[in-house]
Ligand binder design. Structure first.
Ligand SMILES: NC(=O)c1ccc[n+]([C@@H]2O[C@H](COP(=O)([O-])OP(=O)(O)OC[C@H]3O[C@@H](n4cnc5c(N)ncnc54)[C@H](OP(=O)(O)O)[C@@H]3O)[C@@H](O)[C@H]2O)c1
Length: 411
């Protein structure tokens, strides 16, 4: 058994996601566990170089996690053939430019969602990566959450029979930053459209892969967005006008032919950074099917089968006699669940090093960007918008996708 290091250029690790989920809970955790086993028995061990614009921040993070290499010179890092992978968790509007430069240098590329700010740009990145023969992946972490995996287990087992509807409730209160000494929990660029902000651009990338992979392909969208909080205070205490949406109320039509056992599925998602939480989790999804229903959160999932469904009676003249929450059964863990980001990182690393299958590629990433773009169009035009298949349009993208990837060695 040989130990094989793999160099990873990590950009954006001074930010929330880059640091907590990608560096600490994924790459450092993989290194601390001794690496990941490859099909031939070798151990693949990440060797990150942290890149960014503040050397002081990078050095502090590197020191805290025993990482030797930092740099403020992205192009210099990309020119080093010893590092096989480029990873990007910078602010959304920067993804496409960075990723394009990394592809041009022949790096395998892994990128936070949304891959780009327009579908055209996302498809272009997919095309560039494919024609350059590099492996490409986009973060689709929600698929690997324990609650969503349990939901998928139920769909795959036929638990629901025909799925009728899916209702997602996502959100929490993001502090405005101007009272009670409570700074905002999210970066200010999230509330500026011109910097890639907005909850539709941010969250619909997630809803696309979650719905596509769990229930059925998203065929159409109808969306109403809102900017409920028009003014906020940024990281430096300055007031600014919010130019992007902070809530979205959307309905999707899904093709239920596969997971839903026939018929269209109606999915409704409320996404809001201006809502106070009275539910079990920050994301809660209820699925109702002919044979049973389920409610999933980030970790847990509860079911109610048709044969255990009580018969409620409407009677506001007496206090409610039902314990509705007590009428549901937990789906057991039946095993350990690792961090969702780490699970996908391990899959991508194996894909790069050993050519194992990986379906969360840039074409998938482009679908997320497409749904956000069409939802914004639906809001602007106050109408339903169909979601065309990206597999067939434009035609040259499908052709590129079918082409075999060249194998690249890893350092
Ligand atoms: N998968 C998920 O569940 C999930 C959740 C949240 C966010 N995200 C995605 O992750 C990405 C980052 O979000 P975040 O919330 O972590 O943002 P963040 O905390 O604001 O971090 C942004 C990062 O981008 C860097 N950056 C900002 N402006 C830059 C510039 N002009 N040039 C170079 N670097 C720059 C920052 O570096 P400095 O430290 O130098 O400013 C920082 O490292 C976004 O694309 C977002 O959509 C994904």
């Amino acid at each position: 058994m040989a130990v094989r290091p793999i160099g990873i250029i990590m950009n954006g690790v001074t930010g929330r996601m880059g640091l907590n989920q990608h560096l600490v809970r994924s790459i450092v955790a993989i290194r601390d566990q001794g690496g990941i086993a490859l099909p031939d028995g070798d151990l693949l061990v990440p060797d990150p170089i942290l890149v960014g614009r503040s050397e002081a921040k990078l050095r502090a993070i590197a020191a805290a996690h025993g990482i030797a290499r930092v740099s403020t010179d992205l192009d210099g890092c990309l020119a080093n053939p010893a590092d096989a992978i480029y990873f990007d968790a910078t602010a959304t509007s920067l993804h496409a430019g960075h990723v394009r430069r990394a592809i041009a240098r022949g790096k395998h590329v892994y990128c936070e969602k949304p891959l780009a700010t327009t579908t055209t740009e996302a498809l272009e990145l997919a095309r560039l990566a494919t024609s350059r023969g590099v492996k490409h992946g986009v973060v689709q972490d929600k698929l690997f959450l324990p609650g969503i995996r349990k939901l998928k287990r139920l769909v795959d087992s036929g638990f629901f029979g025909r799925v009728l509807s899916v209702r997602g409730e996502f959100g929490y209160w993001v502090f405005e930053g101007d009272w009670g000494g409570q700074p905002s929990q999210r970066p200010s660029w999230n509330y500026r459209k011109e910097e890639g902000g907005g909850i539709i651009a941010d969250m619909f990338a997630h809803w696309r892969y979650l719905l596509d992979h769990t229930f059925g392909r998203v065929k159409a969208v109808q969306c109403l967005g809102a900017t409920h909080i028009p003014e906020r205070v940024d990281e430096r205490g300055r007031r600014y006008a919010a130019s992007a949406d902070d809530a979205a109320y959307a309905t999707f039509l899904l093709d239920g032919a596969a997971g839903g056992a026939g018929g269209d599925i109606i999915a409704q998602f409320n996404s809001s950074w201006a809502v106070r939480v009275y539910r079990d989790d920050l994301l809660q999804i209820q699925v109702d099917g002919i044979l049973g229903s389920a409610v999933a959160g980030l970790r847990g999932c509860k079911t109610q089968h048709r044969v255990t469904t009580p018969r409620p009676v409407w009677n506001p003249d007496v206090p409610n006699p039902f314990d509705f929450y007590g009428q549901w059964e937990d789906v057991p863990d039946n095993g350990a669940f690792d961090n969702a980001f780490k699970v996908e990182w391990e899959m991508f690393l194996r894909h790069v090093a050993a050519d194992t299958p990986f379906s969360h590629d840039f074409h998938e990433g482009a679908k997320g960007v497409q749904l956000a773009e069409l939802a914004l169009q639906s809001w602007a035009e106050r109408r339903w918008v169909d979601v065309p298949s990206l597999e067939t349009s434009p035609p040259d993208v499908g052709a590129q996708h079918a082409a075999p990837l060249h194998r690249h060695g890893v350092s």
